[in-house]
Design a protein around this ligand. Structure first.
Ligand code: ADE
Ligand code: ZN
Length: 337
């Protein structure tokens, strides 16, 4: 057993939270095929291998086109349950003790699937994950930013009867040309429900979008945020406020935000005191779950034990659970030092 193997095992065993995971992005090609068969959906691929081979992306939009097409196999409550359960089992192997999962209701309601079909399936899997795997969780509903504010309000009215089962709201999909400020009013309405607020910003879009997410939407976490680096004043502000950034390194390379992991700015941000966390985004499409994101980043950026402990601690402390629960996890984390 080499030191490298020991280090990897130690990393995977650390208690950690995953805070940026699109549940539709955990749809593995095998399950895509199985569900297509179960629901008699015709896929534009002949085999699981052909699906994997198609996962070569030029940018965010080229990924989103395949991701929305793949989600078409998800039809029934059982499908959403199976999807979410498979994610939780996989996350458990990576030391995940808490997951805050995104779902995109509009991707499904736009195809005639009921909001409740999606939410009930996910919620049932998350409940089982808590009792059988010991993984606690929260659900965050995202608005698709390529759709209108009006459509976001329609989705909010579908969600209202279930407000107590939803912890927060996010903003995802095509970033460029769809600034956070377009969703100011609907985010205000979500804040009035007591929901937590997050938004994708600074993935492909400019630092100005991160500023809008902070100042107009009043978010508590920034999803991605890596493109903040070109604005030093913003970087200082993020560091000073300890604003959580849910960074997704393998996603950033697959979608060509960075040419390779060695050029990723995660270590630079960490060294500047930013509250960086590691997450998988859409693991079935980007080549790895959260553990693999940790391992590859550690290798590419030469991170040490203290960096890894910091990243795991940031993830636990940036979650939407009580102070007491966080303190318990951090204590457990410290036993791994
Ligand atoms: N939806 C799923 N993954 C996404 C990403 N990386 N950026 C924006 N929207 C998304
Ligand atoms: Zn994302």
């Amino acid at each position: 057993m080499s030191n490298d193997d020991d280090f990897s095992r130690w990393i995977l065993g650390l208690p950690k939270a995953e805070l940026h995971l699109h549940i539709e992005g955990s749809l593995e090609p095998d399950m895509m095929f199985a569900l297509a068969q179960r629901n008699q959906v015709k896929l534009p691929y002949d085999s699981v291998e052909a699906v994997r081979a198609a996962y070569q992306f030029e940018d965010l939009q080229s990924f989103l086109d395949l991701y929305y097409a793949g989600a078409d196999v998800l039809r029934t409550e059982q499908d959403f349950f199976d999807l979410c359960w498979a994610y939780l089992v996989r996350a458990k192997a990576d030391g995940v003790v808490h997951a805050e999962i995104f779902f995109d209701p509009q991707t499904h309601t736009g195809r005639g699937i009921r909001f409740e079909t999606v939410l009930d399936g996910l919620a049932a899997a998350l409940k089982k994950g808590e009792t059988e795997l010991g993984i606690s969780s929260r659900i965050i509903m995202c608005f698709l930013r390529h759709l209108s504010e009006d459509e976001a309000f329609k989705t909010l009215s579908q969600a209202r009867p279930h407000a107590s089962r939803i912890a927060g709201v996010g903003l995802d999909s095509s970033e460029k040309g769809n600034p956070p400020s377009n969703f100011a009013r609907v985010f205000d309405a979500c804040a009035a429900l007591g929901w937590h607020l997050v938004a994708h910003a600074g993935e492909e879009g400019p630092p100005e979008y991160v500023l809008e997410a902070l100042d107009v939407l009043k978010v508590e976490r920034i999803d991605h945020g890596v493109r903040s680096e070109s604005d030093p004043a913003l970087m200082q502000r993020l560091a000073r406020s300890r604003m959580p950034l849910t960074v997704c390194p393998l996603s950033n390379v697959k979608l060509r935000v960075f040419p390779d992991l060695a050029s990723h700015n995660l270590k630079r941000m960490l060294d500047l005191g930013l509250n960086v966390t590691i997450n998988s985004d859409d693991p079935a499409y980007f080549g790895g779950y959260v553990g693999e994101n940790y391992l590859q980043v550690v290798h590419a950026l030469n991170l040490g034990r203290d960096d890894v402990l910091r990243l795991a601690r940031n993830s636990l402390e940036s979650s939407f659970v009580s102070r007491e629960v966080k303190a318990g996890w951090v204590k457990e984390l410290q036993q791994h030092r």
